[in-house]
Design a protein around this ligand. Structure first.
Ligand code: ATR
Length: 289
C-alpha cells in the first residue's frame, strides 16, 4: 500500500459498517486505475452524523458513500443535493467540491445500468412490478420511471407506503401508469399478466424467506430480478430459474452504484469487471466474520 502525504481519502459512512464490501471493491478499482487514493470504512453512529459530515470538510475527504441508516437523515447536513436525490429522498454518495458537499443517489441508476449491461434489458414501454416501497424501492422506481416504462405496479406489505410513493411520483411522471397494491399473492396474481420485469426490492430473501408469489402466472419471458446480493441466489431467484425465467441478482446493482460514485469523485470510468470479481470473492469468503 502506497500511502503518502498526497493520498486522497474516500470512504463510507454507516452503522453498522463492518460487513460492507465497498472498501474491497473501491480499493481494487483505485489500484487498477493507478489513483493515489484510499477508501476507508467509517462507523458513524446516528448521534455523530452531523460531526462526521463536518469532518468531510475539515479533513479534506474527497467523497464518501452513505449507507444504512443515514441515507435520508444526512440530507439536511449537505449544501446541495441532485434533483434525482431530492425526488428519491435519500442519497448514497457525497462529493466534496472544494468544501461544498453535494449529495447524489446512484442506487437506482446503478440498478438500471446493471439490467442493461447484463441482460441488454430496456424497460421502455414495458410493464414492471416492483415489490417493496422502502428506500431501495424508491430509488429504483424513480430511475425506472425515467426510462419510460408503460406501467409500474408497486406492491408493498404496508399498502399505505406504496400508495404514498405512487401518489408522489405520478405527478412527476405523468406518462407512466402507476398502481399501488398490497403484497398479497391472491391479489397480485391477477396483475402478473404482461409483466416484463419483476423486481424484489424488499429485504425478503436475505434470511432465506420466499415471497410466496404464484410465479407461474407471469409470462414466460419475464425477467425476475432481486436486489438482494447476500445470498446471490435468493429463494425467489431459485424458484424463478427452476421455472425457466431469466434471473438477475443484486450483485450488478452493488457494482454499478459504486462505479457511478467513483465516476462522480474522479471523473473516470470504473473497472466494472474487476469490481464484480472482488465482490464475488468476498461474498464467497465473507470478511471479517
Ligand atoms: P430499504 O432501504 O432496504 O428499502 P426499508 O426502507 O426498511 O429498507 O424497506 C424495507 C422494505 O422491505 C419495505 O418495503 C418493507 O415492507 P413494509 O413497508 O411493509 O415494512 C419490506 N419488508 C421487510 N420485511 C418484510 C416482510 N417480512 N414481508 C414483506 N415485506 C417486508
Amino acid at each position: 500500500m502506497k500511502i503518502s502525504g498526497k493520498t486522497k481519502i474516500l470512504g463510507i459512512f454507516g452503522y453498522p459498517i463492518e460487513h460492507t464490501l465497498s472498501p474491497q471493491m473501491h480499493n481494487a478499482a483505485i489500484e487498477v486505475l493507478g489513483l493515489d487514493m484510499v477508501y476507508l470504512p467509517f462507523e458513524v453512529r446516528p448521534e455523530g452524523l452531523g460531526i462526521a459530515v463536518e469532518a468531510i470538510r475539515s479533513l479534506g475527504i474527497l467523497g464518501v458513500n452513505v449507507t444504512i441508516p443515514h441515507k435520508s437523515a444526512i440530507i439536511p447536513y449537505l449544501d446541495r443535493i441532485s434533483e434525482e436525490a431530492r425526488v428519491i429522498g435519500a442519497i448514497n454518495t457525497i462529493v466534496n467540491r472544494g468544501g461544498e458537499l453535494i449529495g447524489y443517489n446512484t442506487d437506482g441508476e446503478g440498478y438500471v445500468r446493471s439490467l442493461k449491461r447484463e441482460l441488454d434489458f430496456d424497460v421502455k414501454g414495458k410493464k414492471v412490478l416492483i415489490l417493496g416501497a422502502g428506500g431501495a424501492a424508491r430509488g429504483i422506481l424513480v430511475s425506472i420511471a425515467r426510462e419510460g416504462p408503460k406501467d409500474v405496479i408497486v406492491a408493498n406489505r404496508t399498502i399505505t407506503k406504496a400508495s404514498t410513493l405512487v401518489r408522489e411520483l405520478k405527478g412527476l411522471f405523468p406518462d407512466v401508469g402507476m398502481t399501488a397494491l398490497g403484497l398479497i399473492p391472491e391479489i397480485l396474481k391477477v396483475h402478473l399478466g404482461g409483466t416484463a420485469l419483476l423486481i424484489n426490492a424488499t429485504s425478503l430473501g436475505m434470511r432465506g424467506e420466499g415471497i410466496g408469489l404464484p410465479l407461474d402466472a407471469l409470462p414466460g419471458d419475464t425477467v425476475v430480478s432481486d436486489i438482494v446480493y447476500k445470498p446471490l441466489i435468493t429463494p425467489l431467484l431459485e424458484e424463478a430459474s427452476a421455472l425457466g425465467f431469466i434471473t438477475h441478482n443484486g450483485l450488478g446493482m452493488l457494482v454499478e452504484q459504486g462505479a457511478l460514485s467513483l465516476k462522480l469523485w474522479t471523473g473516470l470510468d470504473a473497472p466494472i469487471e474487476i469490481m464484480r470479481e472482488v465482490v464475488l470473492k468476498y461474498l464467497d469468503n465473507p470478511y471479517p466474520i
